[in-house]
Structures are given as structure tokens and as C-alpha cells.
Design a binder for this molecule. Structure first.
Ligand code: IVH
Length: 677
């Protein structure tokens, strides 16, 4: 007969083993044991736990997230990308959101109607119907490509397989959120950390019979592709699909104006705990689908919708230590190491303190009792200090003025506000090994090279083993050496090799984003790629003389300002950065910037705008041109096809230059005619 401590120790060993496998499978995407072995291990854990009730008190079970590995599902490209939503956290964010919409649409006093829906905290899926028959069901995947989970989705009783009703479109793609009710979750709590994981786990079962054992529900909230498209409003769309048999959320409502928005937000926040499903905020969508179309999307989210989050879950804990972390742009972030505490189903042991000023303002000290908050996937943050619980002997925290690499840090002066930045920075680049490691993590990330199986933890591992020091090393890895490491098997290595090989072919815009020039995000990288077109042109930035000529032209690009230009100059003034970028280029096959074959009125035409328009903002004009196959340039050259001149304050010199170069000039009234034709 084993003692209580022996059983606990055995149990803990199994837990730690399964966590490792969960990580290999879910985070690194490289399973190292077979599905069967994994299932056995999981069963053993559950059996132990059922047999010895004292094990149920153990906190670590809450961390046992994930579901049994399955063979991968077939990958299928989405008809339309499945993007995510940007977030609002307070009234000001919402005011800002409305303002941006009005600016984009060039509206003044007009009232915008929003459709407000609960944001279900589940797993998104898309359902495709052809002639009323459910023919495809996909998970979100990376938003561009999803996984074929049709058979599992079919087990959800509320999802119609065949639609009945009038005027059902020939092609209908329904976006929906799959969830498990709180009540049902309580019955299988021991397996999952929270209802969302339970729903995800169920949906990813290889055998649909397993999915059908976990009772899933869903709400339909939107559409992807529809042909023909006959809807005018989001509210109308939802009530129509409800009549066709889809489940839509009954709490959705039209709202107008910030006061109604605030009211609805607090109403639902109060109702939240009494609902039988998790919601983490409200989604506000411009109700008019025509306006939605005009607003369109940024590279990651729609301009016409926002998730207005509920306030985050909070918990009290104690600070054990304050350390600093160095980000890829050299930003020094203080982090509180805290006594582990569960916040919203997740054990938290680190919380950010943001920056030096924040520590000063809150007078945060080691040993303090603090309130922390965790919202969604955002890093938990320290909210406040309970001074009454402070030890009298505690000392003020002195913020180090040096980076972990030893070099002095600096607070820069913000160009536009002329004030000192709150963030202290290490001014080195790859010379600082802490920055270098973070840059590598950025390079392999989803938005950059997107190398499956090479996540943050693997970068740490390979860095510590000195396998990688700069991005080009990723493409020269010594695979036999890796195979010998613990946790790596033939399968995982093969997956890694394939993912790295795949990532060698990369577009110019992704490449520019990936190299991590400060202030050059995805949008700016795209603008730069449209300017340089080819990697050879981009590489001209490496030499001082050519760079300075190029930078003069860059200032004129719409969307690129002095800050970006200075940052590009700084980046390439550093010889190490140039060398590292050259080394990386050598390993890759970088494709030229190309307009994604969009057909339309401006197919393959290069367009530039000057002056303001009456009916639309510049941003909307640009987006219309791009959505119709055109490419918007920021400067006048022989390459330009059209200069579109708005009536309000066009730049005369631009018109003159265009005339000299024989570029076709389109006046505002003609532009409107073309759009309406
Ligand atoms: S609209 C372009 N409406 O939230 C994305 N999303 O971060 C439009 N979600 O992936 C999404 N409830 O899975 C929308 N009523 C709702 C939603 C909702 C939950 C999820 C959805 C999406 C994520 C966006």
C-alpha cells in the first residue's frame, strides 16, 4: 500500500509529464508520443484522481489544459480570412472607435447605428452551405487556412445540415462561436481548465464520436462569403438566419450613441454571471452592411467592429522580487515575480509593472501585497499596492539604469510631444544578447516567418545551446544535434525541418516586418514593400549614400513619417544590422511585392492622391483603390498611372510634376463618376 505522499509524488510526476506533452503538441506543434500513449497517460491521471480524493485538492490540475493529441486535420484555405477584433477597454476607447469610423467615412453629424452582440468566449468555426446543404466546416486556424472539422461540427445538434426557408443564398458562409455551457462544463471539470478549453478539446477530437460526448452549443454571429448578397443590415442578417434554423444570441440589440453603448455594456456585465455561457465583452458592429463594406479591414481586424471587453478578473498576491526584462526594441520592462495565484482559471506568477514611472507612481516594493489583473491573453498587470499591509522595513525599489547586458539605458525624447519617454531603453541592437534573443523570437512568430515548432521556448533552448545567434542561423541548424536533445524525436524534427524550409519563401512585406526595425509594423512594412517592390531595391538601404537619397523619397510616402524614416536610418547605420540582414537575405527566396491579383476598376494601376474629398476620407479613397486592384503610391514618378486630385487643398507642385510626366490627372468629380460607374 502506497503512502499519501508516494501517491501524490507519482501523481505529480504524471502531471508534469502530460504538461510537457501538452506543450510539445499545442505550443510547439511537435508531438513526441503517440496518441495512444498520451490517452493512456491521461486516463491514468484521471483514474488516480478519482481513486484518491485528496488529489482533487491539488491546484495544478487547473493547469492541465489541452486535449488529447489527434492526427492533424486537413488544412483548407478560407474563402475569406477569419480575422480577429481589436479591443476597447473603456468609454474613451469607444469614443475613439466611433471617431475613427466617422473620419474614415468623412461623416460629421450623421448618426451611426451599431449592432451590439455578446462576445462569446468559445472557439470560432465557419460553416459553408452550398444550395442550403452544409458542405464544409472549418476551424479558424491561422485565419487564412483552417482545419477541416466538419464531421465534428456535424455532431452539434443545433447546427443545421440542411437549410429550410426562402431566398437561401447559393453560397452561404456562417461564422459562429462554439461553446460549452457552464452547467455542462461542471460535469467534466476535471479534464479541462475552463469551458473554452473544453470546447476546443472537444472540437479537436479525431473521432467525432468523442466530440458528440461533450455537449457543444453555438451562436452564429456573422458571415464570410455569400452569393448572392442580399442583406442590408447585420440585424436583418441575424434575424433572417435565425429563421433558417441557426442559433443566434437573444441578447443582441441595436444601440445608438455612446450613452446607450455604456448602458448596454454595464447591463450585460451585471448579467454576465447569471448566463449559462462565458462572455468576455460585447462586440459592437456598424449595423449598415454598406458602411461595413466601405470601412473594410486593416491587416488584422475589421474597421467596422470592436470588442468592448468587460473589466478583467483580479486577485491579491505578494511580490517576491522585481526583475527587469529586455524587449526586442530594447525597452526595459520591470516584472513583478509574485506568489502564484489563480486569476480566471490560470495560475499567475509574473505580472508586468510597465515601466519605471509606473513603479515610482505606485511606489511598488518587493514584499508588497498587491492587486493584479488578468484580461484575456494580455500579460497580467499590477494594479495597486495595499500600503496597509506593507512591512515597515521595506525599501523603495531603485530602478537599474543599466540593461541586463551592462550597457547604459536611455529615455528618449518623443518627437511629437517633445516629452521624455516613460520607457527606458537599451540602445544596442544585436550587440545586446538579450535584445538579440527577443528579435529571434519575433522573427519566428506567426506574423513574421511563422515557423511552426519553433516557438519562444525552443528559441530559448536553441539560444542557450548556442545553436542560433542571428536569424540566418535558423536556416543552418544542425538537425542531427537537435535530434539528440531531450524532447525531440524523428517526427518533431521532420516537422521543424519542413516548417523552416517552407518559411524560406517569403514576401517582401513580411520580410521587412520580420527584421524588426523599430516603428515598422505590418502596415508600414506593406507601404515600404510597395515602394521598393524587390529585395534588391530594398538592399540599397545598406549603403549610406544610396540610403540617404532613398530616405528623402520615403518621407513623401503616405503613412511613413519622420519617426519611421529616422528609425530606418538608425537601423541600417548599424553595421551589425546590415551584416545580419545580408546574411538572412542570402538564405531566403524573397518574392517581389505584388498586388494580390485583385481584379477591378484599377487593376494593376498605380495611383496617387492629393487634396481632400467631399464624400470620403483619404483613407477610404486609398482602400477603395486597393480593393479594386490598384496600388497606391506615395510619391510621383514615371511609374504612376493616375494622380487623383481632391477639391480641397491639393498640392500644386504635385499636379505640376504629374503634368510634366504626362500622368493622367483625375479630378474629384471624375473620381466619383468612376466609382459609381
Ligand atoms: S465578429 C472579423 N461577433 O471573437 C472578426 N466575433 O476576436 C469578426 N466572437 O474570432 C468577429 N462572439 O470567434 C464576432 N458576436 C461576435 C463574437 C465574436 C465571439 C469571437 C470570434 C472571433 C473573435 C474575435
Amino acid at each position: 500500500m502506497k503512502s499519501k505522499s508516494q501517491i501524490t509524488s507519482l501523481f505529480l510526476k504524471k502531471i508534469s509529464k502530460i504538461k510537457k506533452h501538452n506543450d510539445s503538441y499545442f505550443n510547439k506543434d511537435r508531438p513526441v508520443i503517440s496518441d495512444k500513449d498520451y490517452d493512456n497517460l491521461k486516463r491514468e491521471i484521471i483514474e488516480l484522481q478519482n481513486k484518491y480524493k485528496f488529489l482533487k485538492e491539488q491546484k495544478f490540475l487547473e493547469n492541465l489544459v489541452g486535449s488529447p493529441p489527434t492526427n492533424k486535420f486537413k488544412k483548407v484555405k478560407h474563402l475569406r480570412p477569419m480575422l480577429s477584433l481589436s479591443n476597447a477597454f473603456d468609454k474613451n476607447d469607444m469614443i475613439d472607435f466611433i471617431k475613427k469610423i466617422k473620419n474614415f467615412l468623412n461623416l460629421k453629424n450623421e448618426i451611426i447605428e451599431f449592432f451590439c452582440e455578446p462576445k462569446i468566449d468559445g472557439i470560432s468555426a465557419t460553416l459553408i452551405y452550398e444550395n442550403g446543404l452544409l458542405i464544409k466546416g472549418l476551424s479558424r486556424g491561422d485565419g487564412i487556412t483552417g482545419e477541416d472539422i466538419l464531421e465534428n461540427l456535424k455532431t452539434i445538434s443545433g447546427i443545421p445540415k440542411k437549410l429550410n426557408g426562402e431566398n437561401i443564398p447559393k453560397l452561404l458562409e456562417i461564422r459562429s462561436e462554439i461553446f460549452i455551457s457552464k452547467k455542462d462544463f461542471n460535469n467534466l471539470k476535471q479534464d479541462f481548465a475552463n469551458p473554452r478549453n473544453a470546447a476546443g478539446g472537444s472540437l479537436r477530437q479525431k473521432d467525432p464520436k468523442e466530440t458528440s460526448k461533450i455537449p457543444l452549443k453555438y451562436f452564429a454571429y456573422g458571415f464570410g462569403a455569400i452569393e448572392p448578397m442580399n442583406f442590408l443590415k447585420q440585424s436583418e442578417f441575424l434575424s433572417k438566419i435565425s429563421s433558417w434554423g441557426f442559433s443566434v444570441n437573444p441578447l443582441s440589440k441595436i444601440t445608438i450613441g455612446i450613452d446607450e453603448i455604456e448602458k448596454k455594456h454595464s447591463e450585460l456585465d451585471n448579467l454576465r454571471s447569471s448566463l449559462d455561457y462565458d462572455i468576455d465583452g460585447l462586440v459592437f458592429k456598424v449595423n449598415d452592411l454598406n458602411l461595413q463594406k466601405r470601412l473594410g479591414f486593416t491587416s488584422s481586424s475589421p474597421r467596422w467592429a470592436i470588442a468592448y471587453k468587460f473589466s478583467a478578473e483580479k486577485a491579491q498576491t505578494k511580490i517576491k522580487d522585481i526583475i527587469i526584462q529586455v524587449g526586442r526594441t530594447g525597452a526595459i520592462t520591470p516584472v513583478a515575480k509574485v506568489e502564484p495565484v489563480t486569476v480566471g482559471g490560470v495560475v499567475v506568477s509574473n505580472a508586468t509593472l510597465h515601466n519605471e514611472d509606473e513603479i515610482q507612481r505606485k511606489d511598488v516594493r518587493v514584499g508588497d501585497t498587491i492587486l493584479i489583473q488578468r484580461a484575456g491573453d494580455v500579460i497580467p498587470q499590477v494594479l495597486s499596492v495595499d500600503i496597509s499591509k506593507r512591512d515597515r522595513k521595506s525599501k523603495k525599489f531603485v530602478f537599474p539604469n543599466k540593461c541586463l547586458c551592462g550597457s547604459l539605458t536611455k529615455k528618449e525624447i518623443n518627437k511629437s510631444t517633445k516629452k521624455e519617454d516613460a520607457v527606458r531603453r537599451c540602445m544596442k541592437g544585436y550587440e545586446c544578447k538579450f535584445i538579440a534573443k527577443e528579435k529571434l523570437k519575433h522573427i519566428v512568430s506567426k506574423e513574421a516567418f511563422n515557423i511552426d515548432g519553433l516557438g519562444k521556448k525552443v528559441v530559448d533552448q536553441f539560444w542557450n545551446l548556442k545553436f542560433i545567434r542571428e536569424p540566418s542561423d535558423i536556416f543552418k541548424l544542425d538537425y542531427p544535434k537537435i535530434e539528440k536533445l531531450e524532447g525531440w524525436g524523428k517526427l518533431s524534427l521532420e516537422n521543424l525541418k519542413n516548417a523552416i524550409t517552407r518559411s524560406k519563401i517569403i514576401s517582401l512585406e513580411k520580410f521587412i516586418f520580420s527584421i524588426g526595425i523599430r516603428h515598422i509594423g505590418q502596415e508600414n512594412a506593406k507601404i515600404l514593400a510597395a515602394f521598393f517592390i524587390s529585395i534588391d531595391e530594398f538592399c540599397k538601404l545598406f549603403t549610406v549614400k544610396k540610403r540617404h537619397t532613398i530616405l528623402k523619397n520615403l518621407v513623401e510616402l503616405d503613412g511613413i513619417g519622420e519617426t519611421q524614416v529616422e528609425s530606418i536610418d538608425n537601423f541600417f547605420s548599424n553595421n551589425k544590422n546590415v551584416q545580419i540582414t545580408e546574411n538572412l537575405v542570402e538564405q531566403l527566396n524573397i518574392s517581389n511585392f505584388s498586388i494580390q491579383n485583385k481584379k477591378g476598376k484599377f487593376s494593376n494601376k498605380k495611383i496617387m492622391f492629393t487634396g481632400g474629398f467631399k464624400n470620403m476620407s483619404r483613407s477610404e479613397a486609398k482602400s477603395i483603390a486597393e480593393n479594386n486592384g490598384g496600388k497606391v503610391l506615395g510619391s510621383i514618378s514615371k511609374k504612376l498611372d493616375y494622380l487623383v486630385v481632391g477639391d480641397s487643398k491639393p498640392t500644386k507642385s504635385k499636379i505640376e510634376k504629374a503634368k510634366q510626366l504626362n500622368i493622367k490627372i483625375i479630378l474629384e468629380k471624375d473620381w466619383n463618376k468612376i466609382l459609381n460607374s
